[in-house]
Design a binder for this molecule. Structure first.
Ligand SMILES: *Cc1c(COP(=O)(O)O)cnc(C)c1O
Length: 350
């Protein structure tokens, strides 16, 4: 704290990201990064941008990337927004679409950035408990709200809400924006982007950090009605005109264009998830059904915080949350076959 801080900064409660260790030989299964590299075509596209043109500003609109996303999903470019990671896209949505003097609804167990953005933008958070199996109950969201947000599949549980339930949610709150954060949708869910023409209150965000293995590049997108996109553009153009640099625009567009690599690596992660789930169950873990690139698991006889600490001593890092309802769970990112094996062997020894 310093006398130079504004009262607002003093009261901020920032997000705490998962550890990014300096040691490289750790088996890193804590922040849901993709174990496979990005598309080789994305790397080539980014390398092609490393030249004298870097003296010039990038396209403020990221048109090349918007076009690649629009082609991929069969929408118009004015239905697409692009930003510096989906966290930035989410921030603009909070700022531009959720400040209505009414509470923002989200599950009690969910992505912990949502309450942080509520604090940053002065929005009242209202958490809605998941059911006993950690599933979203759509009926519970039919109440006055200034917006609804949840990840699908949810984080850190991995549980998927079917599209039919998302439609009921949209119909139940036609006068507020429903934001579906699809950070993990490519690992087993069906995107709600097919619904954006039918529901003008639906905004879908996605990230290239997980299924397209570009966490280090920082690119996220949103798809929705042009009016919602325009709100995000107005915020963005009042904040930073150039959130995506030349490498990011080119690399992200090439990643969307390389469908074959994307589909192959997603399938590998899905197959590994099923094997890891079976391996954890064989060790006595209860594993929630996951449609994501991680699993959420608890052991009936072992304390989760102890397990996480012991794993770390053996060079395997997973994520543990102190929050009451999930304090006995570990969130484990799906790694390569070797990494998953290392995790199972470390657990075995405990
Ligand atoms: C990883 C993640 C994000 C953020 O992705 P970035 O594009 O890397 O900022 C957003 N929402 C959820 C639920 C995530 O897990």
């Amino acid at each position: 704290m310093s006398k130079f801080w504004s009262p607002f900064v003093k009261d901020l409660v920032p997000y705490v990201p998962g550890e990014q260790p300096k040691l490289s030989k750790l088996v890193k299964l804590n922040t849901n990064e993709n174990p496979y590299g990005p598309s080789p075509k994305a790397i080539v596209a980014m390398q092609a941008e490393l030249n004298d043109n870097l003296r010039l500003y990038p396209d403020p609109n990221g048109e090349r990337l918007k076009q690649a996303v629009a082609d991929y999903y069969g929408v118009q470019t004015n239905q697409v927004f692009v930003g510096n990671g989906s966290d930035e896209v989410l921030a603009h949505a909070f700022h531009g679409l959720f400040q209505h003097g009414k509470p923002l609804l989200f599950p009690d167990v969910t992505y912990s950035f949502y309450p942080v953005y509520c604090g940053l933008y002065g929005i009242e958070p209202q958490s809605v408990p998941l059911d006993e199996q950690f599933r979203i109950r759509v009926e519970d969201y039919a109440r006055p709200n200034g917006g609804i947000i949840f990840p699908n599949p949810n984080a850190p549980t991995g549980c998927l809400l079917p599209l039919e339930a998302i439609e009921r949610l949209l119909q139940g709150s036609p006068d507020s924006v429903v934001l579906v954060d699809e950070a993990y949708i490519d690992f087993g869910g069906e995107t709600a982007i097919s619904l954006v023409d039918k529901y003008p209150n639906l905004l879908v965000t996605q990230t290239l950090s997980k299924s397209r293995s570009l966490a280090g590049l920082r690119v996220g997108i949103a798809v929705g009605h042009p009016d919602l996109i325009e709100a995000l553009e107005r915020i963005k153009n009042s904040f930073n005109s150039y959130p995506l640099d030349r490498m990011a625009i080119a690399g992200a567009a090439a990643a969307f264009e390389d469908r074959a690599y994307f589909e192959q690596t997603c399938q590998q992660v899905i197959d590994s998830r099923e094997r890891l789930t079976a391996g954890l169950q064989a060790l006595g873990f209860e594993v929630l059904p996951s449609a994501a690139n991680f699993v959420f698991a608890r052991h009936p006889a072992k304390d989760a915080a102890d397990l996480a600490a012991n794993l770390r001593e053996q060079g395997v890092i997973v994520r543990h949350f102190r929050q009451e309802r999930i304090a006995q769970f570990l969130r484990i990112t799906i790694g390569t076959a070797e990494q998953n094996q290392a995790l199972l062997e470390a657990l075995q020894s405990l």
